[in-house]
Ligand binder design. Structure first.
Ligand code: FES
Ligand SMILES: [Fe+2]
Length: 419
């Protein structure tokens, strides 16, 4: 349980809220799916930390990330034409390139060229990696991009979707650290996944609903290990690596993937985008078209037509219980959210309200990782306020070896060996 003040400190990210400042100055923020920006395609509005930006890919494939307003008289550049290596504002035709430089100002005479050369709008550094566009919104020089296990793989080894979620960023993050819900909320999908995959280990979550936890502070955030004793004396261990503040690398499932991506993009106080996906070290997961779930993941898909840009979406809202299907529940579906596994996550988080009131919780032993993460975030805010890095001496600039772990520990191994 938190105090009201702590809940506000942790959740608010708009304006000059300290958590928003921490994200802006310290983090590369995931902004959209890479393929959502096509060369000369429609510019895309991206909202982060309560501010709107425009992102586009120019004729030569370079990504631009700019303030949304045209530097002339502030018409939205989301409306602009994207052609000939620049955005052309539809109001008066000023042209702005990926660096934010105005390269043509046809409404000015004489000396339009000299006039244009003196005007630029703010542009932000971007990295295109792991199927995502990442942006640095801070004031100073961008820190080195901290590569993750999936951002160093070939494009086809990573498969990632987006879902807009109408609730605060921290709800999205906490769900990824809460391994205890897998065997309950996702019971129906995990049952079918276990039945269809002999190599699976995640099926073990069904029989152990109260996992033990070992949580360790790391130079990037925390490692959270869920420990589930099995009938033969062995222990099923799942270790999620959480890179503060919003990247969770969750164990994959043998025969399916080597890791699961859960990354929360902080849109504003009441919205986030959840990037969910998988990576495979050895083999490609898709053919470059991204049109459907990889075959290996068919068991987490229900009756919702596949939509990579709104994978965990649903119809309806609070008034109709977000489309929950009571008939399906009678017939054996546990949650009644038959769309797909991710839909179960998005609906439960959104049902808590736009910002959950954490003064009203009753936490249990399964919430240890969530509690640790909150403490780490509060500490990070204190550190930044005191002029220190958010975690430890500095956030590492290469995390490509930080693989999540999914394994069975034999009976004769102490749990301290879990990681
Ligand atoms: S407002 Fe964009 S060119 Fe005038
Ligand atoms: Fe979940």
């Amino acid at each position: 349980m938190l105090t009201h003040e702590e809940n506000e400190r942790l959740t608010r990210i708009e304006g000059d809220a300290p958590m928003g400042q921490l994200m802006r100055e310290q983090s590369w923020i995931p902004a959209c799916l890479s393929f959502q920006l096509q060369a000369d395609g429609a510019p895309r509005r991206v909202r982060l930390l309560g501010t709107d930006y425009v992102a586009f890919r120019d004729t030569r494939g370079r990504v631009g990330f700019l303030d949304e307003a045209c530097p002339h008289r502030n018409v939205s550049l989301v409306l602009a034409r994207n052609e000939d290596c620049a955005l052309t504002c539809i109001f008066h035709g000023w042209r702005i390139d990926v660096t934010g430089q105005v390269i043509e100002a046809p409404t000015h005479a004489p000396n339009a060229e000299a006039f244009a050369s003196r005007i630029r709008t703010r542009s932000y550094p971007v990295v295109d990696a792991g199927g995502l566009i990442w942006v640095y919104l801070g004031e100073g020089a961008a820190p080195r991009f901290p590569h993750l296990p999936f951002t160093v793989l070939p494009e086809r080894h990573v498969w990632v979707t987006a879902t807009e979620c109408a609730c605060n960023w921290l709800q999205g993050v906490e769900a990824t650290l809460d391994t205890a819900h897998i065997g309950t909320l996702h019971r129906s999908y995990i049952t079918s996944l276990a039945a269809n995959n002999d190599a699976n280990t995640i099926g073990q979550t069904l029989g152990a609903l109260a996992p033990g936890y070992e949580v360790e502070d790391t130079p990037y955030g925390i490692d959270a290990s869920g420990l589930r004793p099995l009938p033969d004396g062995s222990t099923y261990v799942r270790t999620t690596r959480w890179v503060l503040p919003f990247v969770s690398l969750v164990p994959g499932n043998p025969g399916q993937s080597d890791g699961v991506i859960f990354i929360v993009s902080p849109v504003d106080d009441h919205n986030h985008v959840l990037f969910f996906g998988h990576w495979s070290l050895e083999s490609p997961m898709h053919d470059g078209k991204y049109e459907r779930m990889p075959e290996t993941h068919a068991s987490i898909v229900g009756d919702r037509p596949f939509d990579i840009e709104n994978f965990g979406g649903f119809t309806g809202g609070r008034d109709d219980s977000w489309g929950q299907d009571r008939e399906a529940m009678k017939n054996g579906h546990f949650s009644g959210f038959t769309g797909n596994l991710l839909q179960e996550d998005t609906v439960t988080q959104i049902s808590m309200g736009p910002i959950v009131d954490r003064t009203r919780e009753h936490l249990s032993s399964s919430d240890v990782a969530v509690i640790h993460a909150r403490r780490a975030l509060l500490r990070a805010l204190d550190n930044v306020a005191a002029g220190r890095p958010p975690v430890g001496d500095a956030l590492p600039d290469d995390l490509s070896d930080a693989h999540p772990v999914d394994r069975i520990l034999p009976a004769d191994r102490a749990s301290a060996d879990a990681r």
